[in-house]
Write a protein that binds this ligand. Structure first.
Ligand SMILES: [Zn+2]
Length: 408
């Protein structure tokens, strides 16, 4: 019921957009905001890479912006946290409490609170989104939307932690507007919408090295496709608000986190094969970031965030015999993030742009996933709706005047 309400309101506002746009003075363009979501970025892994100079693009963002930990929700996982971030309401309020809700794979029809992209669309801001988790089936926006993690399709019938190709999506639309789909197939190719499913324990046995290497090769193929997609969209379909996301890092961390023999679940035939696998994901992510930075100008804000971190397992907390397996209960995991206390696995937040302080480190857990949407609305001068639980991260802006970031 509620999502239909969003769409109806949205269509009214979409019709109103041209006259709204005419009232704008051409001298003051709306700010551009590029949000880059990373599923499960772990600062413990990132920091040594930054020190070694292996993430030059993220280093540049840190130097020229604000960064810190991002408080997440309890037992964090992707759909639960992303939807909290979209709506700035808690999981019980927005309804997307996990991968499965009432036995059904989480989807946008379950969302009971209005997401930020709907508010921006109504405010006349053009919106472009690609591969953002928990956005399937796609919803109408003042621009385009391509779904991400939890998209259902061939070889990924349940939509959980697997990867249908664009042409193999089933059970809903992965692209809005529909006319964009043939264009993407022609110009970008038949890309994978999400990261590859992890191999099952039964497949791994006796073929560990071979399977780990081929899985990582596939992950790189998917990342290359995503990079091409993001670059194509930013070049040929620029929007004022653009939200892109990556999800292969997290999945690599779950079963290839660089743990030591004393860690819970250590299996030398798997965990000694590619100790570099997980850190390498961030080095690869940094290259994707480099291709996105090329699309920045003086009027563009960049926000990079992660919904949670990821940490090696801790035996004393595990009572469930399946706790060391992934969501499919087939692959042994050695690191996870759905700890009851989400503060053990905080996400991360990086922001850079006009009026944002330089080289500012946010200490503690003062910034939370609830604060991202209000801060984005603030940049566009849109008032924060009452139901939103977060706050504008005023401390990242040079002036505390509430209108500082708004260009109009
Ligand atoms: Zn995960």
């Amino acid at each position: 019921m509620v999502p239909r309400k969003f769409s109806l309101l949205l269509s009214v506002f979409l019709m109103a957009v041209p006259s709204f746009a005419q009232q704008q003075t051409p001298a003051k363009p709306k700010p551009r905001v590029i949000v880059l979501g990373v599923n499960g970025m772990e600062l413990d892994i990132i920091r040594p890479l930054l020190l070694k100079g292996q993430m030059p693009n993220l280093s540049k963002v840190i130097e020229n912006g604000a960064y810190g930990k991002l408080r997440t929700v309890s037992a964090p996982n992707c759909p639960r946290v992303y939807t909290t971030l979209f709506t700035s309401t808690n999981p019980e309020e927005h309804g997307v409490t996990g991968f499965l809700v009432g036995g059904i794979t989480a989807n946008t029809n379950m969302m009971k609170e209005e997401p930020v992209w709907s508010m921006l669309s109504k405010g006349g801001v053009t919106v472009g989104m690609a591969n953002v988790p928990a956005t399937f089936p796609v919803m109408p926006v003042n621009g385009y939307m391509i779904s991400g993690m939890l998209t259902r399709g061939k070889n990924c019938e349940d939509g959980v932690l697997c990867a249908p190709k664009l042409s193999e999506v089933m059970g809903g639309d992965a692209v809005y507007p529909k006319s964009l789909q043939p264009e993407l197939l022609k110009n970008v190719g038949d890309f994978y919408i999400d990261c590859e499913r992890m191999p099952a324990a039964s497949d791994l046995k006796g073929h560990e090295t071979e399977l780990i290497n081929s899985w990582l090769d596939k992950v790189q193929v998917i990342r290359d496709q995503q990079t091409k997609l993001f670059d194509y969209l930013l070049t040929t379909h620029p929007t004022e608000f653009t939200f892109l996301a990556q999800s292969c890092e997290d999945r690599t961390g779950h079963w290839l986190y660089p743990i030591s023999p004393f860690n819970v679940g250590y299996n030398p035939s798997i965990n000694s094969v590619r100790q570099d696998a997980f850190p390498n994901q961030y080095i690869a992510f940094d290259k994707v970031l480099g291709s996105i930075l090329k699309h920045m100008d003086d009027n563009t804000y960049l926000i990079i965030f992660s919904d949670h971190g990821i940490k090696p397992l801790r035996e004393f907390e595990e009572k469930d015999p399946h706790a060391h397996m992934d969501h499919e209960k087939t692959t042994p995991v050695i690191a996870k993030h759905d700890f009851a206390d989400g503060d053990d696995v905080p996400g991360s937040f990086f922001a850079m742009g006009p009026g944002i302080k330089h080289d500012l480190r946010l200490m503690g857990l003062g910034a939370s996933v609830y604060d991202v949407a209000p801060t984005i609305l603030h940049i566009y001068g849109i008032e924060q709706p009452k139901q939103m639980r977060g706050r504008v991260l005023t401390e990242i802006f040079e002036k505390t005047d509430s209108k500082v970031a708004a260009k109009q």
